[in-house]
Write a protein that binds this ligand. Structure first.
Ligand SMILES: Cc1cc2nc3c(=O)[nH]c(=O)nc-3n(C[C@H](O)[C@H](O)[C@H](O)COP(=O)(O)OP(=O)(O)OC[C@H]3O[C@@H](n4cnc5c(N)ncnc54)[C@H](O)[C@@H]3O)c2cc1C
Length: 372
């Protein structure tokens, strides 16, 4: 992260807010920026200081639209992320299929330094007037007569207490601090074994590579700073008893993926290897009387779609419009917002089925059977 933590506008005194946004990923930041620009008193609590690795590195060309709407596009374009010129895939057949963004009306996409991207959005939120509390984890969120009381733990070991009329849950795949049962409809058991390898970005193909294999699929993409992200996506239950040595598992599975191997070498030195959840799901409730969910906290998309960040940014913008309506007396605004998210998610489930349906080379593999 380029800018120091002290650049955030922070305070240790309890404060009253119109809206508390819990989580400072793309969805939380987009919500905070859009609300602060509308003149609301917004506080955004973010667990990290944007200094630990994050997954989700490819930004779709269509993200130009929400970034421009948030007035962050120029700042983002000057921030040194790598242009992504398309996707090469080995999917449904052994031949490499190339889909260049040259035909995309929005132009190229990007390979991100994800920490830098999320930190840039948090700085935009602070510049728009939101109070950004980095290194702050919301632990409790208690309903009171006119909203919520939030208790958060800070890295400096002190406790921050906030009151807000409305809470936006932007905690991603993590557990929600909102009160009451938070239930998810989960559509699969997808996990990702994600690591970094050395590969100067000037070397080789700058496109994202997708490669289907019998037990799942691989993706790899260059990142700013000379690394390449490499991930093996499979079902978590297929790894049972094999999680004790992730690098052994990674190397064993790599032998099934000749195109990925060609890019990263047969015996690459893999750094920061970790197992992350990647299932598709939606919350059974995406809003309540005084709260709503945005981004992955509401519904999560298969990384195959490369749509998670686009949906997160869009949901933040839509949430801000709904919240403005709600404060203006439109009591149905939050429900309409949630209905729109549900609609988008239903459409996504159809697209997801279509793409997995195009890979029929392993009819006896449980991973593919479950998706056909
Ligand atoms: C393996 C994998 C690969 C992916 N690849 C892509 C890709 O190439 N392109 C793409 O568009 N999408 C991709 N995605 C999806 C994308 O990363 C997510 O959709 C996106 O990050 C969602 O944004 P968000 O703001 O909703 O959640 P997040 O980015 O997860 O942000 C949530 C934030 O909330 C904070 N938080 C959590 N709990 C608390 C708390 N109690 N208090 C304070 N803060 C809290 C976290 O620290 C985090 O910063 C991928 C996902 C996975 C799993």
């Amino acid at each position: 992260m380029k800018e120091s933590r002290s650049a955030y506008r922070e305070s240790t005194t309890p404060r009253a807010l119109d809206i508390a946004v819990i989580g400072g990923g793309p969805a939380g930041c987009a919500t905070a920026i859009a609300l602060a620009r509308r003149g609301f008193a917004v506080g955004m609590l973010e667990h990290s200081c944007y200094d630990t690795p994050r997954v989700g590195e490819t930004l779709a060309p269509e993200c130009r639209v929400p970034l421009a709407a948030l007035d962050c596009l120029q700042r983002f374009e000057n921030d040194g992320h790598l242009p992504s010129n398309g996707i090469a895939s080995v999917w449904g057949e052994e031949r490499l299929y190339e889909n260049d963004f040259v035909f995309n009306p929005y132009g190229h996409g990007w390979h991100l330094d994800r920490c830098r991207f999320d930190a840039m959005l948090a700085h935009c939120a602070a510049d728009a007037g939101a109070k950004v509390f980095a290194g702050t984890t919301a632990r409790r969120c208690d309903a009171v007569s006119d909203g919520f009381e939030i208790e958060a733990e800070r890295r400096r070991d002190d406790v921050l207490r906030l009151r807000s009329h409305l809470v936006v849950d932007a905690t991603g795949r993590g557990s929600s601090p909102l009160p009451g049962a938070q239930r998810r409809v989960v559509y699969d058991k997808l996990v990702g074994l994600v690591g970094l390898v050395n590969a100067p970005s000037s070397q080789g193909d700058s496109r994202t590579l997708l490669e289907a294999v019998s037990e799942g699929w691989w993706y790899s993409a260059p990142l700013p700073g000379g690394k390449r992200v490499v991930a093996f996506m499979t079902d978590g239950d297929r790894l049972k008893g094999r999680r004790h040595d992730l690098s052994l598992l990674f190397m064993a599975r790599l032998s099934d993926a000749p195109h990925t191997r060609e890019r990263i070498g047969t015996l690459p030195e893999v750094e920061s290897l970790r197992l992350v959840a990647a299932s598709s799901y939606r919350q059974t409730s995406m809003h309540g009387e005084r709260w709503l969910k945005v981004g992955d906290a509401a519904c999560a998309y298969d990384p195959l779609s490369s749509a998670g960040m686009l949906r997160a940014l869009q949901s933040g913008l839509d949430a801000a419009t709904a919240i403005e309506g709600w404060f203006g007396g439109d009591t149905a605004a939050l429900a309409r917002y949630a209905a729109r998210l549900e609609q988008r998610f239903s459409a996504y489930l159809g697209t997801r089925a279509f793409y997995y349906g195009r890979e029929m080379r392993w009819p006896t593999s449980p991973f593919w059977q479950r998706r056909h």
